[in-house]
Design a binder for this molecule. Structure first.
Ligand code: HEM
Length: 507
C-alpha cells in the first residue's frame, strides 16, 4: 500500500517547523498577556474612561475630535490612561505640576509617535536622542540668535505683503469670504525657504509648490491615523497597508523637494568657489550653518544628517507657523473688540506703515497678549510624548514605572478649568504681567519647556507679530458664520475644512 504524505520522509521536518511556529506564537501571546497584566497593575491608581477589551479607547480620539478630550480632562483630574488596543496604553497628563515633573527629566521621545515621523523627517533634531541630539542642538542654536532674527524681519514683511497683494486682488474694495489657511500656508513656506535657506521660491505666486503643501497635509494625516491604530504600529503590517503604501509615495515627494534645496545651495557654493568668491556670507542662514558643520565635522555630520535636519526644519517650521497665524486671525475675527485694540496699538507704533523694526515688535504688548491667548486656545502642537526611562513619582505621590509612554496634552493643559477660568473664552488679559506672575510656571506651554523646548520659538513669535501687524493694518477680518473653524487634532493642529474669513480692505 502507498504511504500517505504524512508518513513521507519530509513530513518530520514539517511537523517540527509547525510545532516551532506554534510554540513561538504561544510564547508571544503569553508575553503580550503578561504585558497587559503589568500595564493594568501599573495604571490602576489612575481611573480610566470605560474601555473596550480589544480596541481599548482607540475610537475616542482617533477621529481627531477635540471635544472628547476636553470632556476627559474635565472628568479625570491630572491624568488618565488611554488604551490603544489590548496591549498598549498611553498615559495622558494635563496638570501643571505633572507637566513640571515630566519636563524636568530627560526621558527619550516616545517610540510610537516619533518613530512614525522618521520616514518624513529622518533623524533630525526632533527625533534625535542623547549626545548626537546635544551636538546638533548646540550647532544649530546660533541660527536663531537675535542678530539673525533681526535680519529676518524685512524678509518676513516682504512675504506677508505678497500675500496681502493677493488678497487685495481677490477682494478689491468688496467684503469677500476667503479661505485664508491655504494662502497663509504658502506664505509661511515662502518665509521659511527665504530665511532658513535663502531660497527665492516664489511659491506664493507660482503653483509649483502646492504639491509640497498638500503632501505634508496628507502625510501628517496618515501618521496620526497610525498612532491610534495599534495594528498599524507594526512596521511590516503598516508597510503593506494602503496607508503605508501611500505614505511611501508622499515621502518621495517630500524628499525630492528637500534634495533640490540642498543641491541648489551646493551648486551655488561651488560656483562661488569657482569664481573666487569664497568670502563667508554676511548673514549665515540655517543651511550655511549646517553645511559648515558638515565641512568641519564631516565624520560626525553625514549627508543623511544634513538631509534630516533640512527636512525637520521645513516641516517643523512651516506647518506650525501656518496654523498659529491662521488661528490668531480667526480668534481676532471672532472678537472684533480685541482686533480693533490690536489695530490701534499697531497703528500707534508703525506710524508711516512702511517698515517694521525689532524695537517696534517689542512695543506691541496688547498684540502679544492676543498672540499668547490664541496659542493657549489652539496650541499648534497639541501634545508631545516621551517613554519613561526610569520610574516617575508625581507631586501627589502617585507613581509610574519605566517603559510607560506619557503624553503631555498641551491642549488639555491649556483648557484645564482647574487653571483657566472659563477656558473657552478668548481673554488676552490672562497674559497681563500681573496675571501671568500669579500662574503656575507650567500652565502655558505652547513651545514646551526644558532642554527639548522649541528651538524656533523666538523666530515664531517674531513672525506672528510681523504677520498680524501687517494684516490688521490693511484688512478687517470677520468670521463666516456658515463655515465655523473645526480643528482636527493631529500631530500638528489642522483645520478640517479650511479657515474661511470675511476680508474687508481698509482705506
Ligand atoms: C507657533 C509655532 C511653533 C510651535 C507652537 C512649536 C512648538 C514646538 C513644540 C511643542 C516642540 C517640542 C516637541 C517635543 O517635545 O516633541 C517643538 C520642538 C521643535 N521645534 Fe517648534 N514650534 C513652532 C515653530 C517652530 C519653528 C518656526 C521652527 C523652526 C524654524 C521649529 C523647530 C522645532 C524643532 C527643530 C524642534 C525640536 C527641538 C529639539 O528637540 O531639540 N518650531 N516645537
Amino acid at each position: 500500500m502507498e504511504s500517505s504524505w504524512l508518513e513521507t520522509r519530509w513530513a518530520r521536518p514539517l511537523y517540527l517547523a509547525f510545532a516551532f511556529c506554534l510554540a513561538l506564537g504561544l510564547l508571544q501571546a503569553i508575553k503580550l498577556y503578561l504585558r497587559r497584566l503589568r500595564l493594568l497593575r501599573d495604571l490602576c491608581p489612575f481611573p480610566a474612561p470605560p474601555t473596550h477589551w480589544f480596541y481599548g479607547h482607540q475610537k475616542l480620539l482617533q477621529d481627531g475630535k477635540i471635544e472628547k478630550l476636553e470632556e476627559l480632562v474635565e472628568k479625570y483630574p491630572c491624568a488618565f490612561p488611554y488604551w490603544v488596543g489590548p496591549f498598549q496604553a498611553f498615559f495622558y497628563i494635563y496638570d501643571p505640576d505633572y507637566a513640571k515633573t515630566f519636563l524636568g527629566r530627560t526621558d527619550p521621545k516616545s517610540k510610537y509617535l516619533y518613530k512614525f515621523l522618521i520616514p518624513c523627517l529622518g533623524n533630525g533634531l526632533v527625533n534625535l536622542e542623547g549626545s548626537k541630539w546635544f551636538q546638533h542642538r548646540c550647532l544649530l542654536t546660533p541660527g536663531f540668535n537675535v542678530n539673525i532674527l533681526k535680519s529676518y524681519i524685512k524678509v518676513m514683511a516682504h512675504s506677508v505683503n505678497t500675500m496681502l497683494g493677493k488678497w487685495e486682488k481677490i477682494c478689491g474694495t468688496q467684503d469677500t469670504v476667503v479661505e485664508v489657511f491655504e494662502h497663509i500656508n504658502l506664505m509661511t513656506l515662502d518665509v521659511l525657504m527665504k530665511c532658513a535657506f535663502s531660497q527665492e521660491t516664489n511659491c506664493q505666486i507660482s503653483s509649483n509648490h502646492d504639491l509640497y503643501v498638500k503632501t505634508t497635509f496628507e502625510a501628517s494625516k496618515i501618521n496620526f491615523y497610525r498612532l491610534y491604530s495599534f495594528l498599524h504600529h507594526h512596521d511590516i503590517i503598516f508597510k503593506f497597508s494602503p496607508q503605508g503604501h501611500r505614505l511611501q509615495e508622499l515621502v518621495k515627494i517630500l524628499h525630492q523637494y528637500t534634495e533640490k534645496v540642498i543641491q541648489d545651495r551646493k551648486k551655488l557654493l561651488k560656483d562661488e568657489k569657482k569664481h573666487g568668491n569664497t568670502q563667508k556670507r554676511k548673514d549665515q542662514d540655517y543651511l550655511d550653518i549646517i553645511l559648515s558643520a558638515q565641512a568641519e565635522n564631516g565624520n560626525s555630520f553625514s549627508d543623511t544628517d544634513l538631509r534630516s535636519e533640512v527636512n525637520t526644519f521645513i516641516l517643523a517650521g512651516h506647518d506650525t507657523m501656518a496654523g498659529s497665524i491662521s488661528w490668531l486671525l480667526y480668534h481676532l475675527a471672532l472678537n472684533p473688540e480685541h482686533q480693533e485694540r490690536c489695530r490701534q496699538e499697531i497703528r500707534g507704533i508703525l506710524r508711516d506703515r512702511s517698515s517694521i523694526t525689532w524695537d517696534q515688535l517689542g512695543e506691541m504688548s496688547y498684540t502679544t497678549m492676543c498672540i499668547k491667548e490664541s496659542l493657549r486656545l489652539a496650541p499648534p502642537i497639541p501634545s508631545i510624548s516621551r517613554e519613561l526611562s526610569k520610574p516617575i513619582t508625581f507631586p501627589d505621590g502617585r507613581s509610574l514605572p519605566a517603559g510607560i509612554t506619557v503624553v503631555l496634552s498641551i491642549w488639555g493643559l491649556h483648557h484645564n478649568s482647574a487653571i483657566w477660568e472659563n477656558p473657552k473664552v478668548f481673554d488676552p488679559l490672562r497674559f497681563s504681567q500681573e496675571n501671568s506672575d500669579q500662574r503656575h510656571t507650567h500652565s502655558f506651554l505652547p513651545f514646551s519647556a526644558g532642554p527639548r523646548n522649541c528651538i524656533g520659538q523666538h523666530f515664531a513669535m517674531v513672525k506672528l507679530k510681523v504677520a498680524i501687524a501687517l494684516i490688521l493694518l490693511h484688512f478687517k477680518v470677520s468670521p463666516d458664520p456658515t463655515r465655523p473653524l473645526v480643528f482636527l487634532h493631529q500631530i500638528v493642529l489642522k483645520p478640517k475644512n479650511g479657515v474661511h474669513l470675511h476680508l474687508k480692505k481698509l482705506p
